[in-house]
Design a protein around this ligand. Structure first.
Ligand SMILES: [Zn+2]
Length: 454
């Protein structure tokens, strides 16, 4: 365990120093050269240890097959170098969330992801990969003032408040040293969250975009008084109204981290656009239109060797910025990430005041409920719609009564732990989305009646 922490810390420090203190590629051509060097080494040295790729020609990336979540889940043990099966990985992820040792070899950690498509996914990371990941995130997001505080021995440790649907040992990595990281569960009642946050007085506030919006409105209404120096949005697309609320509440524009199962995808620059993490990933666009305005990314992560993410097709739809970004970075900037916009749902608490339930918490509950289901029974996609105190749940494929009841139970548990009266949850037939509409998996069509509005 101590050795593992040392390994994580060492790789964190190396990656952090490399990114913050070493000259970085300034031109697109220099960035592509760096990418190719790393890719060639990855194809030559790391990929042969992954059974799925052992027998295929690995000289060029273009010759390798394109894979997606379904391909990887159907042959999970062939996509990692330790032969860990899908069921073992899901069980280890569920144990890690319950605070129990996962029992995987080589210090591996399993993480659960609710994914953009709605189907649950699981991933494996080694201590070295956890360290590198934490180093990249810190080097990318810490402002100069935060970095100065972190490195000044007599200054108080940098306090970070992190709202997340579940604690994960992946994120646990960055706790300690000069950094004090505190987790706040999204499933707790809002008044409790506000009290804890107030007591913490964080320098940095990290939360899904919808949570940031709610906290900013609480600050504007006088029920919260904190003065963070950095506000960072994760897990969801930052909508304009939530960004505006944060700006009014704290005088700060939130920066964005674009993170998914497949790794640290990118973060926003001073100009407000998310830049892809092309130093660690190679992202091939699969264009969706003739004018090349929207694409699905095929991700190859050449820093991950315990589980392969090679030409892995993400569910997200990305809109690149036409032309280079004003900030001057050579990495590809995005005008927009589509397909991650879900609504907050609202339920009354004991005093009939409406309180929010965050989409990230609901998505996660649905994913976690399925960790022990057989592969052919899991939900590929779902819609959850609120009509007052009635929620309509539809799934693709349609589930049998027993599995439906398990999902209803998982959602009811989320309401209970937030101190809210659960809604009536009914099942609705599956209807595919209109391709032109803004995809919202979790939608509040109508809020419940309440005498006191939030
Ligand atoms: Zn930029």
């Amino acid at each position: 365990m101590a050795l593992e922490r040392l390994c994580v810390g060492w790789h964190l420090l190396c990656e952090f120093l490399r990114l913050r203190c070493w000259p970085q590629p300034r031109s697109r051509a220099a960035l592509l050269r760096l990418q190719q060097r790393r890719l060639q080494r990855f194809l030559r040295e790391d990929l042969s240890a992954i059974p799925f790729y052992a027998a295929v020609e690995r000289n060029s990336l273009a010759a390798l097959p394109i894979v997606d979540k379904a391909t990887v889940l159907s042959a999970f043990d062939r996509f990692n170098r330790h032969g860990i099966t899908r069921d073992q990985a899901f069980a280890a992820a569920a144990q890690a969330e319950a605070g129990q040792p996962a029992g995987l070899p080589a210090g591996l950690t399993a993480g659960l992801s609710s994914g953009t498509s709605g189907a649950p996914h699981v991933f494996l990371v080694s201590p070295r990969e956890r360290g590198t990941w934490a180093g990249v995130v810190l080097a990318t997001v810490l402002s100069r003032a935060s970095l100065r505080q972190l490195l000044t021995p007599w200054a108080p440790p940098l306090r970070v408040a992190f709202f997340l649907r579940a604690n994960s040992s992946l994120y646990d990595t960055v706790d300690g040293w000069r950094l004090q990281l505190t987790w706040l569960a999204l499933t707790q009642p809002l008044p409790e969250q506000l009290l804890r946050l107030q007591a913490l007085a964080p320098h940095i506030l990290v939360a899904p975009a919808s949570v940031l919006g709610t906290l900013a409105r609480a600050q504007l209404a006088g029920s919260l008084s904190i003065a963070p120096r950095q506000v960072i949005s994760v897990a969801e697309v930052l909508e304009d109204d939530d960004a505006q609320a944060a700006l009014q509440a704290w005088g700060l524009s939130p920066s964005q981290i674009y993170q998914c199962t497949e790794g640290f995808m990118g973060s926003s620059c001073e100009a407000g656009y998310v830049h892809l993490n092309e130093q660690h990933l190679l992202i091939e666009p699969e264009w969706l239109d003739a004018n090349h305005t929207r694409f699905r990314p095929l991700v190859t992560d050449f820093m991950r060797s315990s589980q392969a993410f090679v030409r892995f097709r993400l569910d997200d739809v990305l809109r690149p910025l036409p032309g280079p970004c004003a900030c001057g970075r050579p990495t590809l900037a995005l005008a927009r990430i589509e397909g991650r916009a879900d609504d907050r749902l609202w339920l009354p608490d004991a005093s009939q005041q409406l309180q929010p339930l965050y989409p990230d918490g609901l998505r996660h509950a649905i994913a976690r409920a399925q960790t022990e289901w057989p592969a052919d029974a899991t939900v590929q996609d779902y819609r959850l719609q609120q009509h007052g105190l009635r929620w309509l749940l539809s799934t693709q494929p349609t589930l049998d009564a027993a599995h439906r009841a398990l999902l209803v139970q998982a959602l009811t548990d989320v309401c209970h732990s937030a101190g809210l009266g659960p809604p009536e949850i009914a099942h609705a037939p599956w209807v595919a989305d209109d391709a032109r509409s803004k995809r919202r998996r979790i939608r509040c069509v109508q809020m419940p009646d309440s005498h006191i509005h939030p």
